[in-house]
Ligand binder design. Structure first.
Ligand code: SAH
Ligand code: SF4
Ligand code: F3S
Length: 454
């Protein structure tokens, strides 16, 4: 069995292409740092010896996207046989060995529960140029990954707390690609958070497909999600804490109270609503209704009046009538989301909804999507404009692409506690990781302009 092997090349280079959610982003980040520990350096695809494609299958044409990515890699590398391509993530989990037939350069297919083995398996494959490897089984526990030595020096960190999902929303492929829900032990999570804090992180996002069901499975250690939040928040009073994604049906009183009682829990919540009509919610198997969702939103805002909410929405779910859709629009207005991701429903293989017969025509779906997105644009603009004149704190993450030509100060960017992107000119030549007091002076379409108050 392939294990940990030293890298056979002295100047090994890698390139990672990432699709999908924040869990994929976090996985890619861990793989990158592990490869760096083994002496590898990042490089453009054309020059890399190892190329990873971390895939997502949640919406339309994931296989097509993978084939396109692999085709481009062949082109950019001149189809060189010594380039090792690895396909990871949800499409890898789904299609397994089939992916070897997509491109002769693919020699590793690694599923969502075998990420920890990827660096070792890459080293083994480099030493065995005639071999292929597919690792796509599900494991019982949430795998612990060795902490990479290559330090994470960025101010924002993401920490997996659970993986998989047992909800089986009828449209969703995630329960099939990430498997059953499994929770990581609280001590392991705390240790990783502490390591990030020691390495300079100032903000931590706890990640999972259904984070607030944390602990409610075989591998849970008795710690509830609300308890975990308190433990992580307690590591450092200056730490900013966020989490994604919760399920409305699993929001407990304690989870709501956390927004009132934990000062460093950011006043921002991404709370997927999916649809506004009860009939549609029921057919989606969401297990809440519109009245329950509104009540949850109201109690959250009682706990934290300035809470900024964002959401995910699906339009054109099978059987969705114009009236059902209008109810989604009304709910979006009622909940006053600061932003939302909205998608046309698409069939995913193996899901219950894919067998429903009353599919909505693509032109009707698109028309609804455009109307919904126009409404959201208005709400987002109102939310951003209302911020003008307000004072806030911005955790600086890097240089802003919005540089003012004439100014002698460099413009930087970061996020405020609501997760809004703020551009701010600073005299400090090295402000990354600093939290600066800022006054919002202008709202752009999707971000804010701030002026430093120091
Ligand atoms: N675990 C999270 C995220 C799931 S995937 C949650 O429960 O919300 C992210 C989003 O993709 C979903 O919230 C949903 O809005 C969208 N999505 C999932 N399957 C889809 C499908 N078949 N068609 C269109 N959108 C889909
Ligand atoms: Fe998919 Fe529903 Fe699970 Fe979210 S809660 S990952 S939408 S099945
Ligand atoms: Fe995509 Fe898998 Fe995440 S399907 S959204 S990468 S869990």
């Amino acid at each position: 069995m392939p294990g940990s092997h030293p890298m056979p090349h002295s100047m090994l280079t890698y390139h990672i292409i990432t699709f999908g959610c924040q869990m994929n982003v976090a996985d890619s980040d861990w793989i990158a740092r592990s490869l760096q520990d083994m002496g590898a350096a990042p490089a453009p695809a054309a020059e890399a010896q190892v190329i990873l494609v971390n895939t997502c299958s949640v919406r339309e044409k994931p296989e097509h996207k993978l084939r396109t990515a692999l085709g481009r890699i062949q082109q950019e590398t001149g189809g060189r046989k010594d380039v090792l391509v690895a396909v990871t993530g949800c499409v890898a989990q789904q299609l397994k060995e089939t992916i070897f037939s997509y491109s002769p350069q693919v020699r590793l297919v690694a599923g969502t529960d075998t990420v920890a083995g990827i660096p070792g398996n890459i080293a083994w494959l480099l030493a065995h140029p005639d071999r292929h490897l597919c690792t796509a089984g599900f494991s019982e526990d949430m795998e612990e990954r060795p902490a990479p030595r290559a330090g994470h020096n960025g101010p924002v960190a993401m920490v997996n707390i659970m993986q998989g999902c047992d909800n089986f929303c009828t449209y969703c492929i995630v329960p099939f690609t990430r498997g059953r829900q499994k929770s990581r032990k609280a001590q392991a999570i705390l240790a990783e958070c502490e390591a990030y804090l020691n390495a300079g992180a100032r903000e931590i996002t706890l990640l999972g497909q259904n984070v607030n069901a944390y602990g409610k499975d075989k591998t849970g250690d008795g710690t509830s999600f609300a308890q975990l939040l308190r433990m992580v928040a307690g590591l450092d009073p200056a730490l900013r804490l966020r989490y994604v994604t919760p399920h409305p049906k699993d929001m407990t009183h304690e989870d709501v109270a956390a927004f009132a009682d934990i000062p460093n829990l950011c006043p921002r919540l991404h709370l997927p609503m999916q649809a506004g009509a009860d009939r549609v919610l029921k057919r989606m198997n969401r297990r809440y209704d519109s009245a329950g969702f509104v009540q949850l939103v109201d109690t959250l805002r009682q706990a934290r009046p300035d809470l900024a909410l964002s959401t995910d929405l699906i339009v054109g779910f099978p059987g969705e009538t114009e009236d059902d859709f209008v109810q989604t629009m009304e709910m979006v207005q009622r909940c006053n989301f600061m932003s939302s991701f909205s998608f046309c429903y698409s069939d995913r293989p193996g899901t219950r909804a894919s067998t429903y017969l009353d599919k909505i025509k693509p032109d009707v779906q698109l028309d609804r999507l455009q109307r919904l997105q126009a409404l959201q644009e208005d709400l987002s603009t109102q939310w951003l404009t209302a911020r003008e004149g307000q004072q806030t704190e911005v955790l600086i993450e890097g240089q802003s692409p919005r540089q003012q030509e004439s100014a002698d100060e460099v413009s930087w960017q970061g996020r405020d506690p609501y997760g809004a992107l703020v551009h701010v000119p600073l005299t400090d030549p090295n402000p990354v990781g600093r939290t600066v007091p800022v006054r919002i002076i202008h709202a752009f379409k999707h971000s804010l302009q701030g002026a430093c108050l120091q």
